[in-house]
Design a protein around this ligand. Structure first.
Ligand SMILES: *[C@@H]1O[C@H](CO)[C@@H](O)[C@H](O)[C@H]1NC(C)=O
Length: 184
């Protein structure tokens, strides 16, 4: 009897470990830029960089052999806030609730379910993990643009069309694990 109880306790511990979903934040990697090493934060629904913001947190949903992953803001509010790219050629990296209804005011395009996590080169293993870089559809076309305030940058994703304006600085976004939430 004792043995059975011990075993079932072990099994439930193992199951809890399996269903713990890691949460992440993103660190800017851009050697020699003033924002190198800063952690992404939110300015309303939009992501950006500064020295004082609360680190953005999110978790990913998908599967190891999936091509498409979704990102969701954390802690979870009343409604889900998925990560989206919204805009035209330069897309803002935002966490929007009800993106289908809300995204139009930021531009004509909205992309949300193709997040990828690379070590550097495209790989079939794209599950999120600390140290990987965030991409969309395997592309890491991230740029920081000076924001309205001194020492603040807006993070955007360029779609690859034509030329990036001269005031955009390329950067990479590295996943840093922050926490784990237990999914029910
Ligand atoms: C920057 O810092 C302030 C706090 O001083 C914060 O409210 C703001 O949202 C931060 N992030 C961005 C991207 O501007």
């Amino acid at each position: 009897m004792k043995v059975i109880i011990a075993l079932s306790a072990l099994v439930s511990t193992a199951m809890a470990a399996v269903t713990a979903i890691p949460t992440f934040t993103l660190q800017a990697v851009a050697p020699n830029q003033p924002f190198d090493g800063m952690t992404l934060s939110l300015n309303g629904p939009l992501t950006g960089l500064n020295n004082s913001g609360t680190p953005l947190q999110f978790y990913a949903t998908g599967a190891d052999n999936y091509f498409t992953w979704s990102l969701h803001g954390y802690p979870i509010g009343i409604i889900d806030t998925p990560a989206v790219l919204v805009g035209d050629n330069a897309l803002k990296f935002a966490f929007l609730s009800n993106p289908e209804q809300v995204s139009e005011k930021y531009g004509s395009r909205m992309m949300m379910d193709g997040w990828t996590f690379n070590m550097g080169r495209p790989s079939v293993k794209i599950a999120p993990a600390p140290g990987k870089f965030l991409g969309y559809n395997f592309e890491q076309r991230w740029y920081a643009f000076p924001g309205e305030q001194e020492g603040q940058w807006n993070v955007m994703w360029w779609d690859g069309s034509c030329c990036v304006t001269a005031n955009g600085f390329p950067l990479k976004l590295k996943l840093i694990q922050t926490d784990a939430r237990i999914s029910s």
